[in-house]
Ligand binder design. Structure first.
Ligand code: PEP
Ligand code: MN
Length: 301
């Protein structure tokens, strides 16, 4: 890994939160105050006006699911689709149904993209060995929360110059998250999107909710960086009935994009069936977030 020397690097008083010293000597690129626009393709970009919604199922389970998702989301004018075929799961065990579709899933995505050519897809990268293949299919590469500090992966993904979503680990401080982002930026890839996806806290107010959406992190991150900061209320709450309100509060708090899980038959979702919205719940959410966005002079795309 490349070593970069800076003057006056001060490690005498490291703290858990970001200090003025950190900003001056360690967060040289992420904290630069210059408005960023991250272009994905055509007219799809993340900036301080647009709030893109990235939607789709937890994982690409089958070509049939992909077909239903693309049909539905393009009718809703959604331009960014979650197309994860590699899923890092908490436990190593799988059943026949509960399984990644991996490289085969990518071929289904390639096929459907030929018919829906304005749409951009987001896919998660879990291992460097799949990077070249994923670059052929994905318009945005997602680095999941569990890999936030997998520094070798960050650097290799950054080198591709593709847009990257860097999810915050559920136990990471803003300082750790920004430090990880700095590794990407130092490779000369400024197509960076940061994503808050919930943190571990002593209480989450429902037994099935594993994480708590840190709305304050959206506000705090936006105070320090001009790179887009998006919110994933689906992974934070793990509970579909809360997703709409958390999405509304994220937009009100200044997020620059949303990730929302949706599935034609949520109960049948192979991974995390409590979390995706049905298509009608998704439509409702879009209608409501548009109103909040309008109130703060922004636009859902
Ligand atoms: C995901 O977006 O599918 C995902 C696994 O998210 P996270 O890394 O935030 O758990
Ligand atoms: Mn997931």
């Amino acid at each position: 890994m490349k070593k970069t020397f800076v003057k006056n690097l001060n490690n005498k008083f490291p703290s858990k939160d970001i200090t003025i010293d950190d900003i001056k000597t360690k967060l040289l690129k992420i904290c630069k105050k210059k408005t960023r626009r991250v272009l994905i393709k055509n007219n799809i970009y993340f900036d301080k006006k647009n709030i893109p919604i990235i939607a789709g199922p937890n994982g690409i389970e089958s070509p049939e699911l992909l077909e239903k998702i693309f049909e539905f989301l393009t009718k809703c004018n959604i331009k960014l689709i979650r197309c994860h075929t590699f899923k890092p799961l908490t436990f190593p065990y799988r059943s026949k149904d509960y399984c990644d579709t991996g490289l085969e899933g990518l071929t289904w995505i390639d096929d459907i993209k030929k018919r829906f050519n304005d749409v951009a897809v987001v896919a998660e990268i879990t291992e460097i060995k799949y990077l070249d293949r994923l670059c052929q299919t994905a318009d945005i590469l997602q680095i999941g929360s569990r890999n936030m500090q997998n520094l070798e992966l960050l650097v290799e993904v950054a080198k591709t110059k593709k847009p990257i979503i860097l999810k915050r680990h559920f136990g990471a401080s803003l300082r750790d998250w920004f430090g990880a982002a700095e590794h990407i930026l130092l490779e000369g890839n400024e197509n960076l999107i940061l994503c808050e996806r919930g943190v571990v806290t002593p209480h989450t107010h429902r037994v099935t909710s594993r994480f708590m959406l840190d709305v304050q992190a959206i506000v705090a991150a936006n105070e320090l960086t001009y790179f887009p900061v998006i919110s994933d209320p689906s992974h934070a709450s793990f509970w579909a009935p809360w997703v709409e309100k958390l999405a509304l509060s994220s937009v009100a708090a200044g997020c620059d994009g949303l990730i929302i899980e949706t599935h034609p038959n949520p109960k049948k979702s192979i991974v995390d069936p409590l979390q995706p919205l049905s298509f009608s719940q998704f439509r409702q959410l879009v209608k409501k977030v548009k109103k909040i966005a309008k109130a703060i002079d922004r636009k859902i795309i």
